[in-house]
Design a protein around this ligand. Structure first.
Ligand SMILES: Cc1cc2nc3c(=O)[nH]c(=O)nc-3n(C[C@H](O)[C@H](O)[C@H](O)COP(=O)(O)O)c2cc1C
Ligand SMILES: CCCCCCC(=O)C(=O)O
Length: 396
């Protein structure tokens, strides 16, 4: 049985309002909690201080993280009545693949910090729920092992644009072999943001080599080292830090990167309409509007504000995806109404992972999709196409 067969037949795999009655009828507290603040608090209780600070933290004062929430919350849903929305369909097509819902798991590095089973627990949960997982360039587990845990379920690969062309070629080839459907090139991290909480704890998880598994398993990277990384891990980390990004690259370099990928290429971290136009001109297949969950530029524009401006400038012919601040089904609805084709979540599923491993990630996905389906029903939308700009108004 494939993972998708399992998802379709498992009695507890249903998504939608059934989840709500399931929780009430069970009569016990759900773990992890449903409420986003309670979920975050449960993850804090489950994790060592430095791990939680890294996962939960943002750049500087955290103002961009807060602004992400305000920017979404400013959009108010206008429910429509008598819409005959008894049956809803929340499937979407992305790059030729039919997806069960407009939800993906954002690339999150160093998942081993959240749970010993790390990326593998997330992969199994994503496969069961048929939600694409985007493998992080900084994963704790090589992409081949994560792919193996997913059967034929959808997965993408996120790439940091290395100084080494050979390493880029190797990572892309491995992603193709691992059955990835798309390459996500993250543009907003040419340097790591200024993260107060990690700095005050003097803790960067990569120093424990938990976030460079894609490199340690890469023949091109290993050939760059004088000694095997097993013998000299600090030298491997130093090498990684020297090459994992390339702050010198510019827009003129993007067409060549797109041309060397057989898979669709999306760029992640776009916040300005002019950058979205340049990306499309360079040949990308999709754009992810994101401020990296507020982890890069303190004071940056709220991601939903950027989404509105970008959709107004470039339209939606090239798929625009969205992340940074999504915490509920209502947030998913808002982002889609603003023009996003699909949304990504980051911290929420990692909090679920921290609290209850694979089951925790599954619960977070299921709760979110159940609330999204219910929001569609109560707002009077039968299909994703019906969730358009007319469904929301902006309050100042
Ligand atoms: C702990 C952590 C690690 C992350 N690692 C990566 C990464 O390796 N690559 C990447 O492109 N984005 C990374 N991100 C950013 C996420 O992909 C995503 O943009 C962000 O989490 C979305 O915001 P949210 O957490 O508010 O949902 C990371 C975010 C967190 C919280
Ligand atoms: C020095 C490695 C940088 C990768 C950081 C992973 C990431 O994106 C994050 O937000 O943290």
């Amino acid at each position: 049985m494939t993972a998708s067969d399992a998802a379709a037949t498992a009695p507890d795999a249903a998504i939608g309002p059934v989840r709500q009655s399931e929780i009430y009828l069970a009569g016990r507290l759900p773990e992890p909690p449903v409420d986003p603040d309670a979920l975050r608090a449960a993850a804090e209780a489950a994790l060592p201080e430095a791990a939680f600070a890294y996962i939960d933290g943002g750049a500087g004062t955290g103002s961009t993280m807060a602004e992400n929430r305000h920017a979404l919350d400013r959009w108010r849903i206008v429910p429509r009545m008598l819409a005959s929305a008894e049956q809803r369909h929340s499937g979407v097509d992305l790059f030729g693949r039919a997806l069960r819902s407009p939800l993906l798991l954002a690339p999150i590095g160093v998942q081993e910090l959240a749970h010993a089973d790390g990326d593998l627990a997330t992969a199994r949960a994503a496969a069961t729920e048929q939600v694409p997982m985007i493998f992080s360039n900084q994963a704790s587990v090589p992409m081949e092992e994560t792919a193996e845990a997913m059967g034929d379920a959808p997965r993408w690969f996120q790439l940091y644009w290395s100084r080494s062309d050979d390493l880029i070629a190797s990572l892309i080839a491995r992603a193709e072999d691992a059955g990835c459907d798309a390459i996500v090139v993250t543009l907003d991290t040419p340097l790591l943001g200024w993260r107060n909480r990690d700095l005050d704890l003097a803790s960067l998880p990569f120093l424990h080599a938990k976030g460079i598994a894609q490199y340690l398993s890469d023949p091109v990277f290993r050939a760059m080292l004088s000694d095997p990384p097993e013998d000299d891990p600090m030298a491997a980390i130093a090498r990684f830090l020297a090459i994992y990004t390339n702050p010198a690259i510019g827009w003129a370099d993007l067409p060549a990167l797109c041309a060397r990928c057989r898979l669709p290429v999306l760029v992640k971290g776009i916040l300005d309409p002019a950058d979205a136009e340049r990306a499309i001109d360079a040949g990308v297949d999709g754009i992810i509007v994101s401020n990296h969950g507020g982890r890069q530029v303190d004071g940056a524009v709220g991601a939903a504000d950027a989404l509105e401006r970008i959709v107004a400038a470039v339209g939606t012919n090239v798929p625009i995806l969205f992340d940074s601040g999504i915490r509920s089904g209502a947030d998913m609805f808002r982002a889609l109404a603003l023009g996003a084709r699909a949304v990504l979540i980051g911290r929420p599923y990692i909090y679920g992972l921290a609290v209850a491993g694979e089951a925790g990630v599954r619960a977070v996905i299921r709760n979110l999709l159940a609330e999204f389906d219910l929001t569609m029903a109560l707002a009077g939308c039968r299909t994703i196409a019906e969730i358009d700009r007319s469904r929301i108004i902006r309050r100042e």
